[in-house]
Design a protein around this ligand. Structure first.
Ligand code: SF4
Length: 448
């Protein structure tokens, strides 16, 4: 039985020192009981209490890692139903499907897309993480050869898909060192797959035809000592698959039901034959609550929106993404290059710097720390106004890099131009465009 908040409180030091991020031990105990805090956040818990609290301290959804090294994917570990309560922790992984009945050029084309489709956005690299290799031919040697090929030509994580333990064993021969996910244990093959997972220290997916059966199978696996489990509820209709995701998350978080406290795997491609619908279904599982999303295929135009959606859902809604304050050189500027100013909201920075780059006019971009707020919000909050911007311009060192004294401020901060000319004697304040898309034309016409 999980411990109540009061039972946990009795085991805490009761000094109310606040080092765990909340003001009192009671508040920390309540968060721990609700799965919204980790025991490691309190540095003063005795070893004896730690032992007693281990169950309460375990994350309600076990984190599971697939793969090794830099490309390892960690899923699960979630503690909330909704991201306004607290951030979602581990973004779902996207997988591309390859089967042993595909011809060589198709396999190569998919592996090429898997490796090459990656995008830089707000300083992050967005890309898919997994290749799902599926047995359709029923031939162990053929499967093993395909897995070898996937391993050689991609550095991502691998999902081995078959219900035949001998075929999975053949796949493992080729890639056990990559710690692949074994998909899937069912009522019929559970014991043999559990052995394979234990022998190779690999995570294992369980597939059932109902949530009750799923809970029964995961209980057997955990009793045999396996902890790294991924859930497939077996639902392939949109409505049931969606409901199952909600039930699984809710059972794990709200009812502390351990047998369903694991990340999930979903297959949008098995719910429709239409690639557009598949993408829409996949996007639903990004929000609710897919752990691994296996796509039957992807192209840039279907993958990119999913990657961006995932990034947006898994950022911390309470902490804006921010860029470091300073001078950014774009395109090798010199002493006659324009100097533009913007806020340090990452999206603003990447849009403005991208437009400057696109203009091919080498420029300096001054990024003022506005605590991650966009230009208009920062201006309205009094964080992007003349008497705050001027000391930054004086101190940042741009003066030593240019001959002219012209500063281009964002159009949305035009009201600060007079104040800035007073605060920055000798500088000419120029009002730039309001919209980033107009920056290239503006810079091309700009004169020192
Ligand atoms: Fe209590 Fe530990 Fe939090 Fe301090 S850090 S308030 S002792 S729970």
């Amino acid at each position: 039985m999980p411990l109540t908040g009061i039972a946990i409180f009795k085991l805490l030091p009761k000094t109310n020192c606040g080092e765990c991020g909340v003001p009192t031990c009671l508040a920390f105990a309540m968060n721990l009981a609700a799965g919204k805090a980790e025991l490691t956040a309190c540095p003063y818990v005795s070893e004896e209490a730690k032992a007693q609290l281990s169950e309460a301290a375990a994350p309600p959804i076990t984190p599971v890692t697939i793969g090794v090294g830099d490309r390892a994917l960690k899923v699960g570990g979630e503690t909330v139903m909704f991201r306004h309560e607290k951030r979602f922790e581990n973004p779902p992984g996207f997988a591309i499907l390859i089967t042993d009945t595909m011809d060589e050029p198709e396999v190569d084309a998919r592996l090429k897309r898997f490796s090459e489709l990656q995008y830089e956005r707000v300083g992050l690299t967005l890309r898919p993480e997994l290749v799902a290799v599926k047995d359709e031919a029923g031939e162990a040697t053929k499967f093993e050869a395909l897995v070898s090929q996937v391993k050689q030509k991609s550095d991502g994580g691998i999902i081995l898909m078959s219900t035949n333990p001998d075929i999975l064993a053949a796949g493992l021969k080729a890639c056990a060192d990559r710690k692949p996910l074994l998909y899937a244990a069912t009522r019929d093959n559970l014991e043999r797959l559990a052995e394979l997972a234990k022998e190779n220290s690999c995570p294992i997916a369980v597939k059932a035809s109902s949530l009750e059966e799923l809970a029964e199978l995961t209980t057997k696996l955990t009793e045999s000592g396996i902890k790294d489990i991924i859930l497939d509820s077996g639902a392939r209709s949109l409505r049931r698959a969606f409901e199952d995701q909600i039930w699984i998350r809710s059972a794990a978080l709200n009812r502390k039901f351990r047998p369903l406290g694991f990340p999930t795997i979903v297959f949008p491609g098995e719910m429709t034959d239409d690639p557009m619908k598949e993408s829409v279904i996949a996007s639903m599982f990004v929000a609710k609550y897919g752990g691994i999303i296996v796509l039957s295929d992807f192209q840039g135009e279907s993958l990119f929106p999913l990657l961006v959606e995932r990034m947006n859902i898994y950022t911390d809604p309470q902490r804006p993404l921010a860029t470091t304050e300073g001078i950014y050189e774009i395109g090798g500027p010199d002493e006659n290059s324009p100097v533009l100013l913007t806020s340090n909201f990452s999206l603003t920075y990447f849009i403005v710097s991208g437009e400057i780059e696109a203009s091919k006019v080498p420029s300096y971009l001054l990024v003022k720390d506005t605590e991650g707020l966009s230009v208009m919000t920062a201006w309205a909050a009094g964080k992007f106004v003349a008497d705050i911007i001027a000391p930054f311009v004086k101190k940042c060192g741009i003066d030593d890099r240019i001959k002219h004294h012209k500063l281009v401020i964002p159009g949305y901060a035009a009201a600060e131009s007079g104040g800035l000319e007073e605060e920055l004697p000798g500088w000419e304040i120029q009002v730039g465009p309001r919209e980033g898309s107009r920056i290239p034309a503006y810079l091309k016409a700009w004169k020192p």
